[in-house]
Design a protein around this ligand. Structure first.
Ligand code: NCC
Length: 336
């Protein structure tokens, strides 16, 4: 399978790039949602991201197939002649659209620290989805490390609520509901996409195109349902500052890297990588904005590191134990 032939260095490169993008994205998104006076419509941003991801995936497919003719054939076979597959991929697409909109809603209504702390519940939620939907088994130590990671990231994120300056009105209850929905959506959509992707040899870029097709449609409906009057009055690109464009760019490229990471590793690795992103973005804030290193940050960062180490441990141990078991079984059989 492709997964085995892809070098460790390439996987590491994808994880690092995804991590760096996610770290920058979190800081930039929060900035654009809280300090701008002419607030842009988040539904339009989510829509533009889907369009850009679709265009980039088409370019990648063209590069992968190595010619316009072959690219066209692949598109005809996998899109126009496979409505069932497109429909299958519309499930994570709708769920991601909800998640992305909920993340904007939550970030607009919750304190940054509270948002980041509660959002970490998506790590155990994803692990649970992997167990239920992909029949993956996690050892007790791995479950422990998943929760330790969740707690570690929460600690890293923690800052006293009054230290954040917000210029817009917030509704914490709405924020919590939005975050709960986003957590469930993130776990389910990620694992669903992984299951579909790994159950056939269909190219990642074709799978992405199948998914972004309905993504574009759903997010466009989102613009009409939520912001139609505002968009008609103020314009589609109202409030788009250079920072908003940066957020859109990061979300698009980050989304594509996320898909590559899921293809070559899995959703739990993505979770650990995203956690590393949070530690990195906090370190960046300390360096760039002169934030103080708190005791909770240092202890949280330590927990994150230990959990990453612990999560990697049992795989080798289990396989050794399994190998030892198999060897002893073989010996017993030979003896019989
Ligand atoms: O929440 P999370 O990911 O699970 O969201 C996954 C993002 O990737 C996009 N995606 C997924 C599969 C695919 N084939 N194509 C895609 O474009 C989805 O649309 C969705 O936006 C994480 O695990 O914490 C992670 O977090 C996001 C992001 O920081 C949060 O969702 C905050 O809103 C990261 N995305 C980016 O940095 C752009 C992701 O890398 C990791």
């Amino acid at each position: 399978m492709a997964n085995e032939s892809v070098g460790v260095l390439f996987k590491l490169y994808c994880l690092i790039v995804m991590t760096l993008i996610a770290a920058t994205y979190a800081v930039a998104l929060r900035y654009t949602r809280t300090v701008t006076s002419d607030l842009y419509f988040s539904t339009t941003a989510v829509f533009i991201v889907e369009v850009i991801k679709m265009l980039l995936s088409l370019v990648m497919l063209l590069w992968e197939t190595g010619g316009l003719g072959r690219c066209k054939t692949a598109l005809v076979n996998h899109i126009f002649k496979s409505p069932k597959e497109v429909l299958k991929l519309s499930v994570p697409s709708v769920v991601y659209a909800i998640q992305n909109n909920m993340a904007y809603l939550a970030l607009s209504n919750l304190d940054a620290a509270v948002f980041q702390v509660t959002y970490q519940l998506k790590i155990p939620c994803t692990a649970l989805c992997m167990v239920l939907m992909l029949n993956r088994s996690l050892s007790r130590l791995q479950w422990f490390s998943v929760f330790m990671l969740c707690g570690g990231v929460a600690l890293v994120q923690w800052t006293p609520p009054e230290s954040t300056k917000v210029q817009v009105e917030q509704n914490p209850f709405l924020g919590f509901v939005a975050i709960a929905i986003a957590v469930l959506c993130s776990g389910f959509a990620g694992v669903y996409f992984e299951k579909v992707l790994k159950s056939s040899d269909t190219s990642l870029w074709l799978r992405n195109i199948q998914m972004y097709l309905s993504g574009i449609l759903v997010t466009l409906i989102g613009v009409f349902v939520t912001d139609r009057a505002n968009v008609l009055e103020k314009g589609f690109f109202f409030g788009y500052t250079p920072w908003v464009c940066v957020v859109i760019f990061l979300a698009s490229v980050g989304g594509l890297y996320t898909s590559v990471v899921v293809k070559y590793t899995d959703n739990i690795m993505k979770g650990f990588s995203a956690a590393a992103a949070i530690v990195l973005s906090t370190v960046a804030s300390v360096i760039l904005f002169g934030l103080q290193m708190t005791v909770s940050f240092i202890s949280g960062a330590l927990l994150v590191c230990v959990s990453i180490y612990l999560y990697g441990l049992p795989k080798q141990d289990t396989s050794n134990v399994q190998r030892a078991d198999t060897d002893s079984t073989k010996e017993k059989l030979i003896a019989v």
